[in-house]
Design a binder for this molecule. Structure first.
Ligand SMILES: Cc1cc2nc3c(=O)[nH]c(=O)nc-3n(C[C@H](O)[C@H](O)[C@H](O)COP(=O)(O)O)c2cc1C
Length: 391
């Protein structure tokens, strides 16, 4: 069966569900042009602000977390677009003329002031952009000015601004939410109640990459000082999936899911918890626009292998499985079954079980033996076994 990657969200046709997220890969029209040419389904522009909002960057502005050599996470302290409103209005017109079938979303942010937000929206109403994304979620620099995450962590201000925008917007309005809140679903519900058309999540997770132990200087060292930043990439994916699932449990609005997507498999995970399309930033910053090729091919093959006609057959499928802890069936216990043909007798499971609560595994005459009186079926032995010998 042949599958299509095309989808439709709020009446907007997407040739595929992969969008470039609002970030450095969407900061210049010339580079967005290359990304769209290479196959991305669309782009959310680097966040646009009123021209008089000061945007002075720090240098350097990135730090990374590595697993041995591989980068598994990024911390950034970058601000918003440095380009003028005119640059973006002309750029959107150019991109939509060249790529009428690609989706262009204008990401917007303004001071907490009705006329500032409404003026910005009215200006972009007159462009061929397909939709707006309201950035209520940048965690650094902007909150110090009372905007960015300072908006998205307060449901009343989030709702108020969404209302102002909806009064004048002539395009669908997505609200981009912050994961740096105790209850993301309540913010989602607050903006939904006042008319948001869709949601985007997550923006970066506020974090801190630490200090260099040799120099005792911050890893992200800006002339001797540092600050908290926004973390992204693989390290935030579990947080993003949790946030999107919680939003989906509270709201039926379309969701543009993002946070640590680097493969088509990651994108499928986001669709299963409720995303209607996905956005990617850090993986593009680390490996370039070309990652779209394997993503498109991998997702299409997967849909065809599963006999699915399109991504609607993936959407929300994980939600019925996600419940509260009190509703989990507590029995039967998942006792470990040891495959002694695979077991290397390294003793790792025994020592881990000895030191991590249960003391239920023993090495007896060269075989691992499970004491069912002590075992609580936690599953840690299965996860740490280097031979894959414990089920
Ligand atoms: C350097 C950098 C700059 C970013 N700038 C913006 C921005 O201007 N507006 C915005 O809404 N999100 C911005 N983001 C957040 C990304 O759009 C995205 O939501 C986040 O990084 C999670 O996705 P990822 O793990 O694929 O990077 C930025 C992220 C990074 C790393």
């Amino acid at each position: 069966m042949s599958a299509t990657l095309q989808t439709n969200i709020l009446g907007i046709d997407f040739e595929n569900p992969f969008l470039l997220a609002s970030a450095p890969p969407t900061a210049l029209i010339e580079s967005i042009d290359i990304g769209l040419e290479m196959g991305w389904g669309g782009a959310v522009l680097k966040t646009i602000t009123p021209d008089d909002l000061e945007m002075i960057e720090a240098s350097p502005r990135y730090a990374v977390l590595r697993d041995k050599k591989d980068i598994i996470g990024l911390q950034n302290i970058e601000l918003l677009s440095h380009k003028t409103i005119k640059y973006w209005c002309d750029g959107i017109k150019f991109l939509k003329q060249k790529y009428p079938h690609k989706v262009i979303i204008a990401s917007l942010m303004a001071p907490v002031n009705k006329s500032a937000w409404q003026e910005l929206v009215k200006t972009f109403n007159d462009t061929p952009a397909d939709a707006f994304e309201l950035n209520f979620s940048c965690p650094h620099g902007m909150p110090e000015k009372g905007i960015g995450m300072a908006i998205g962590t307060d449901e009343h201000i989030s709702a108020e601004i969404t209302k102002w925008v909806k009064e004048v917007a002539k395009k669908p309005v997505f609200v981009k939410l912050s994961p740096n809140v105790s209850n993301i679903a309540s913010i989602a519900s607050a903006v939904e109640e006042v008319g948001a058309d869709g949601l985007a999540a997550i923006n970066t997770v506020q974090g801190f990459m630490g200090f260099d132990l040799e120099t005792l200087k911050p890893v992200l060292n800006v002339n001797g000082k540092t600050t908290y930043g926004g973390c992204s990439g693989a390290i935030v994916r579990p947080i993003g999936l949790r946030c999107v699932a919680q939003i989906r449990q509270a709201s039926a609005l379309p969701i543009l899911g993002q946070g640590g997507i680097s493969t088509w498999q990651d994108a499928v995970q986001y669709m299963l918890v409720g995303s209607d399309a996905v956005q990617v930033c850090t993986e593009v910053m680390l490996n370039g626009y070309k990652i779209i090729g394997p993503m498109l091919k991998g997702l299409k093959n997967y849909l065809e292998e599963k006999g699915f006609k399109d991504i609607s057959e993936l959407k929300d499928k994980a939600i019925p499985f996600i419940s509260s802890h009190k509703d989990l069936p507590k029995t039967p216990l998942a006792y470990p079954q040891i495959d002694h043909t695979k077991c290397g007798r390294c003793g790792k499971c025994v020592s881990i079980c000895m030191e991590s609560e249960h003391q239920a595994l023993q090495l007896n005459d060269g075989n691992i033996v499970v004491d069912k009186e002590r075992c609580e079926g936690c599953g840690l032995c299965h996860l740490v076994c280097p031979a894959g010998a414990i089920k």
